[in-house]
Design a binder for this molecule. Structure first.
Ligand code: UT7
Length: 338
C-alpha cells in the first residue's frame, strides 16, 4: 500500500459483501449428546438452534480466504487492487504472522498492507471505522474488512454456559473510495472500550502475561465469560452506543432502513430493539442458524439480509457490536454496490 494525500476528498463506499461458513452443522441436540444441556434451554435463553463448526484442518485464515473470494466475486474487483486488508478475529491462526497477511497472500492481494484487529466481537465495526478513516484521509482507496473465526477451538466443553453460544464463520465487506457527490457512504461511528472490565470475557493464556509454554493446558486456553455481567453490559452498551450516534447525527430512528446487531443472544437484541424504538421488521437476525460468530456475525448477517432482499442498494444500515474488551461500537452507513 502507498498512501498519499492528494487533495481530492473521497468518501468511503461499501460496495460488496461476502461470506463463508463451514459445512458441519451442529444442532443443540448434537450438543446435548455431549454435555448436560437441552435444545429447550438453549433456544429459550439465547434463540440459537444450530451453529457451524470448522473441520479440524480449517483455521480462521481458511475461512477468511473463502469469504474474501466471495467479496471479490461480488465486487468484480481484482485482488491486486486492494491496498489494505483488515482482518478482525478472536482466533488468529497464530499471534504472528497476522491472519490478515495470510489471507492477503492467498487471495493475491500483493499490493496490500494487512493486519489483524483483536477487538473480539466488536472487531468488524472497528475495522469498518479504520477502513473508512484510511480512505477518507487519502491513505487508501480499496480496503477489505473481514471477520474470521473458529470459535469452536477456544470453547471449554466443560462449561455449558458458554460453549453452546458460539459458532465458526467468516464474512466481510469491501470499501472503495467514492466520489463525495455521488456516494452517501458512512455517516458516523461510535466506538468505545472498558479494559477495567476486561476479565468478564477473556482468554487468559497465550499472550505475554501467561505464556502457554508455561501453562499449556486448562481453562487459560479457553474463552471464559461471566455471562450475567456480559449480558448486563451488552444490553446497556448496545442501546447507549446506538443512541449516542443517532442523537449526534440528529437522525430519527425511522431513517434507519435496517438494524444489523451483533448476533449473540436474541434476548439482548430484543431489549435493544425495544429501547431504541425501531420497528422489529427493520431488524435482521440469523443467530438461530449460526450462534455467535464473534467478529463475523455482523457481516454474515449483512450477506444474508442482502440475499433475502432486506438489504438493497442504497439501504442505510445501523450496525451495533459489543464484546470482549469490554468493547462496543456502532456504525451507520449505506450499502452501495457497484
Ligand atoms: O459476544 C459477547 C458474547 N457474550 C454474550 O452475549 C453472553 C451474554 N450472556 C448471556 O447470553 C447469558 O447470560 C447466558 C445465555 C450465558 C446465560 O443465560 P442466563 O439466563 O443468564 O442463565 P444463568 O447463567 O443465570 O443460568 C441459569 C441456569 C443455571 O442453573 P441454576 O444455577 O439456576 O440451577 C445454569 O447452571 O441455567 C443453567 N445453565 C444451563 N442449563 C442448561 C447454564 N448453561 C446451561 C446450558 N444448558 N447450556
Amino acid at each position: 500500500m502507498i498512501g498519499v494525500r492528494n487533495g481530492h476528498p473521497a468518501r468511503a463506499r461499501m460496495v460488496a459483501l461476502g461470506a463463508y461458513v463451514p459445512d458441519e452443522v451442529v444442532t443443540n441436540d448434537d450438543l446435548a449428546e455431549r454435555i448436560d444441556t437441552s435444545d429447550e434451554w438453549i433456544v429459550s435463553r439465547t434463540g440459537i438452534r444450530e451453529r457451524r463448526f470448522a473441520a479440524p484442518e480449517e483455521a480462521s485464515s481458511d475461512l477468511g480466504i473463502k469469504a474474501a473470494e466471495d467479496v471479490l466475486a461480488n465486487a468484480g474487483i481484482d485482488a491486486v487492487d486492494i491496498d489494505t486488508v483488515i482482518l478482525a478475529t478472536t482466533t488468529p491462526d497464530h499471534l504472528f504472522p497476522s491472519t490478515g497477511a495470510l489471507v492477503a497472500d492467498a487471495i493475491g492481494a500483493r499490493n496490500a498492507a494487512a493486519y489483524d484487529l483483536l477487538t473480539a466481537c466488536t472487531g468488524f465495526v472497528y475495522g469498518l471505522a479504520q477502513g473508512v478513516a484510511a480512505i477518507e484521509a487519502g491513505l487508501a482507496r480499496c480496503v477489505l474488512v473481514l471477520g474470521a473465526e473458529v470459535m469452536s477451538r477456544i470453547l471449554d466443553f466443560d462449561d455449558r454456559s458458554t460453549c453452546v453460544l458460539f459458532g465458526d464463520g467468516a464474512a466481510g465487506a469491501l470499501l472503495v473510495a467514492g466520489d463525495p457527490d455521488q456516494t452517501a457512504g458512512f455517516m458516523g461511528f461510535e466506538l468505545g472500550a472498558d479494559g477495567g472490565r476486561g476479565r468478564e470475557l477473556i482468554i487468559e493464556g497465550g499472550g505475554g502475561r501467561l505464556p502457554l509454554g508455561e501453562h499449556p493446558t486448562g481453562e487459560a486456553c479457553y474463552l471464559q465469560m461471566n455471562g450475567r455481567e456480559v449480558f448486563k453490559f451488552a444490553t446497556r452498551a448496545m442501546v447507549d452506543s446506538a443512541r449516542e450516534l443517532i442523537d449526534s447525527l440528529e437522525m430519527p430512528i425511522d431513517e434507519i432502513d435496517l438494524l444489523v446487531p451483533h448476533q449473540a443472544n436474541v434476548r439482548i437484541i430484543d431489549h435493544a430493539v425495544e429501547r431504541l424504538e425501531i420497528s422489529p421488521e427493520r431488524v435482521y437476525n440469523n443467530l438461530e442458524r449460526y450462534g455467535n460468530t464473534s467478529s463475523a456475525s455482523i457481516p454474515l448477517a449483512l450477506v444474508e439480509a442482502r440475499d433475502e432482499g432486506k438489504l438493497v442498494p442504497g439501504s442505510r444500515v445501523l450496525m451495533i457490536g459489543f464484546g470482549g474488551g469490554l468493547s462496543w461500537g456502532s456504525a451507520i452507513g449505506h450499502y452501495e454496490p457497484l
